[in-house]
Ligand binder design. Structure first.
Ligand SMILES: NC(=O)c1ccc[n+]([C@@H]2O[C@H](COP(=O)([O-])OP(=O)(O)OC[C@H]3O[C@@H](n4cnc5c(N)ncnc54)[C@H](OP(=O)(O)O)[C@@H]3O)[C@@H](O)[C@H]2O)c1
Length: 277
């Protein structure tokens, strides 16, 4: 298969690209800076594309590069993402807009520009044509202080379900893989986001933030686990459209059924013990 994956400079994107290459697929991997694809560029079946998901002309150019190969594009993995943290009351407009620009509108823009290639693949008789969106457990339940990230990932679930239902007549499947905490650089990036907590009534949270973040990452899964599931979803004829990938994921499915006030208590209790879920 020929697969496009956004955000292969690190974490889940880099690990998934690596696994897909090892599994015999051709991978188009996007980076924001030329050179950030690292070891992947050594692989003959890897093509790096420079693209920011918030830059529509760059996305269009990347798709034109793929189209010019004359080969079908079978799948898109919308992996690129950022996690903005901070209290909803104090988070800066610039930051909350960025959260949605990357995780939601960037995801949609990449899918929109890739769809003509995916339709062309189906019309040429290719099967297993798919879009896989990397969501999050935060798209199922909302922990305090990453609420905007959660809102963006709830939106990713909506885009996934809506687009799947719109594309059923065309034979293109749209799926979401929603990991719980995964050991990737995203956590380290989050630790530096303290601005929205400073000098206001949430400043007491700052002393807990590092331990809370470290606790969540330490309890996380390795990116290889997520990569393996993405590969299975790509290769399977009829995969489950909503994969929640975390240890004891049944706890989350159960939590979603619990009354909201009960959920509130659990999140506050968890924060006290530096646990996220
Ligand atoms: N790690 C977790 O615990 C976890 C859990 C659930 C879901 N996820 C999701 O998994 C996905 C990958 O995250 P990760 O954990 O692997 O984190 P990561 O290592 O920080 O990787 C994020 C990737 O997205 C790219 N990216 C960020 N902003 C971009 C933009 N505007 N345009 C294009 N690419 C951009 C980054 O590129 P640069 O290097 O250029 O910034 C990087 O390649 C995200 O959607 C994230 O929300 C992660």
């Amino acid at each position: 298969m020929n697969i496009l994956i956004t955000g292969v400079s690190s974490g889940i994107g880099a690990t998934t690209a690596e696994l897909l290459l090892k599994s015999g697929h051709h991978v188009y991997g996007t980076v924001r800076k030329a050179g950030d694809a690292g070891q992947l560029t050594r692989h003959p079946a890897f093509s790096a594309l420079v693209m920011d998901v918030t830059d529509r002309p760059a996305i269009v150019e990347a798709m034109a590069t793929i189209k010019a190969t004359g080969q079908p594009l079978h799948a898109v993995i919308n992996n690129a993402g950022i996690a903005v943290s901070g209290p909803l009351e104090t988070i800066a407009e610039e930051d909350y807009r960025k959260q949605f620009d990357v995780n939601v509108f960037g995801n949609l823009a990449v899918s929109q520009e890739a769809l003509p290639l995916l339709h062309a693949a189906r019309e040429a008789g290719e099967t297993n044509v798919k879009i896989i969106n990397v969501g999050s457990v935060s798209g199922y339940v909302t922990a305090p202080f990453t609420s905007l990230y959660s809102a963006s990932k709830f939106a990713v679930e909506a885009l996934t379900d809506g687009m799947r239902r719109e594309l059923i007549p065309f034979g293109i499947d749209v799926l979401s893989v929603a990991p719980g905490p995964v050991k990737t650089p995203i956590w380290k990036k989050g630790k530096t986001q303290t601005k929205a907590f400073e000098g206001n009534r949430y400043s007491h949270i700052l002393s807990k933030l590092a331990a809370y973040t470290e606790g969540a990452e330490a309890g996380g899964v390795e990116p290889e686990l997520v990569a393996g599931i993405i590969r299975d979803m790509l290769e399977s004829d009829r995969p489950r459209p909503d994969r929640l990938v975390m240890k004891r994921n049944w706890v989350i499915r159960l939590l979603m059924l619990a009354p909201k006030r009960w959920q509130d208590k659990l999140f506050l209790k968890n924060m006290e013990s530096n646990k996220r879920y």
